[in-house]
Design a protein around this ligand. Structure first.
Ligand SMILES: [Fe+2]
Ligand SMILES: [Fe+2]
Length: 277
């Protein structure tokens, strides 16, 4: 029985690329703006362990998947997430050069992820679907609103767009595995509440810690700019809010946000980027 819902024309396979971001991360790479830089860096700090956990959760169920298309997409998903995890590990290592105490922030998040890794398999997979929803919605937003990355240094911009493209390509893979192997709608939504709480908690704590090192934690100007970026104009989180909440709808599916055209256009640009580098 075919259970993969990745649409025709979308392929899930890893691109073997790497990004040398060490020089750019010595700067406030996002337009010389302390808040924007800290916000994206705070997201990055959650990726190596987070994406490894996504892989672990899907692996718990992969033997149950007989649909060859979905089995192939699971391989692609694991490959993509493993490379994201690797590149964000390098990214986070490079952040140390700016004086951030990355080891302490990593330890705080690792403790949480160790707890997640001991949950029952169905909750781990539901958590992965919830977290993948956040990455998919943010990925769509980054691709759709290139001005949100305006002022970012060239390699950082490329890295975030590459990650956003692959998050879009594989956005329904863990979801399809969940629907087939667990399929509990209430659990899916219930676990999403916890994912939401933890995602915003760690993003906020990491942002604050990074701003503290910059000496900007108590800067009103920095926070006004930051709140504007997230909630005012352009309002990154405000714009994403309806899509985040769509996850609570009965019968939700990641491809109800059909962004294949945006994906295709972004892929063309990515190819040009690679040729240029
Ligand atoms: Fe990823
Ligand atoms: Fe992902």
């Amino acid at each position: 029985m075919a259970i993969s819902s990745t649409p025709e024309g979308v392929s899930v396979s890893p691109r073997h690329v790497s990004f040398d971001v060490s020089e750019e991360l010595k700067t406030l790479w996002h337009g010389n703006d302390a808040f924007r830089t800290a916000f994206f860096n705070a997201l990055s700090l959650q990726f190596p362990d987070g994406e490894q956990q996504f892989i672990n959760a899907v692996r718990l169920y992969r033997d149950k998947i007989k649909d060859p298309k979905l089995a192939q997409e699971i391989r692609g998903f694991i490959g993509q997430e493993a490379l994201h995890s690797r590149e964000h590990k390098h990214y986070n290592e490079a952040l140390k050069a700016r004086g951030y105490d990355i080891d302490a922030l990593d330890e705080r998040f690792s403790r949480h992820m160790a707890w997640v890794g001991n949950l029952p398999p169905s909750r781990q997979l539901a958590g992965t679907c919830g977290a993948e929803h956040y990455t998919a919605v943010l990925a769509n937003a980054i691709l759709k609103n290139p001005e949100w990355m305006q002022g970012a240094t060239p390699t950082m911009r490329k890295l975030w767009r590459w990650h956003a493209i692959e998050e879009t390509e594989h956005k329904s893979v863990a979801f399809d595995v969940y629907q087939h192997c667990v399929g509990n709608e209430r659990l899916r939504r219930f676990v999403f509440l916890f994912v939401t709480y933890n995602f915003f908690k760690f993003t906020f704590l990491n942002t604050c810690s990074l701003l503290k090192t910059e000496g900007k934690l108590w800067s009103l100007k920095t926070w006004i700019g930051g709140i504007n970026f997230l909630w005012g104009k352009p309002g990154v989180l405000r714009a994403c809010l309806p899509e985040f909440l769509a996850y609570f709808r009965t019968g939700f599916h990641p491809w109800q946000q059909d962004n294949r055209q945006l994906l295709e256009a972004s892929l063309n640009e990515l190819d040009t980027d690679y040729q240029a580098s």
